[in-house]
Design a protein around this ligand. Sequence first.
Ligand SMILES: [Zn+2]
Length: 125
Amino acid sequence: MNLRGFERREFPLSVRKLAFKRCCRDGVPHCENCGIELKAGNIEYEHLLADGLSGEPTLENCGVWCRSSCSKKKTFTEDNPRMQKADRVLKKNFGLTPSRHKIQSAGFRKAPPQRTASRPIERRS
Ligand SMILES: [Zn+2]
């Protein structure tokens, strides 16, 4: 479970089938975002409103997109930053951030002064 409170919900098979049918032109599937022809392995059923941001797994929220560019780009440049921000805001507002108190310790001993050419070793007399 994440802080936003629900598990990931993938599209059911029935929704994926209908979405696939919708994106086909002359029997060939095309990316609904950029329009390129979709090849096997390069197809992604994309949550138009991200699942982690309460996007429902319905046909209206399902886009058939190419995985290699459209889907990756949306996931990494739009969805993930928005969800990270939502998590940060939740953590801050509900006191779930780590405390900022400094750990108390004796610290390190101060090193003895080093010998340099301008400050030779003190001789004890
Ligand atoms: Zn595309």
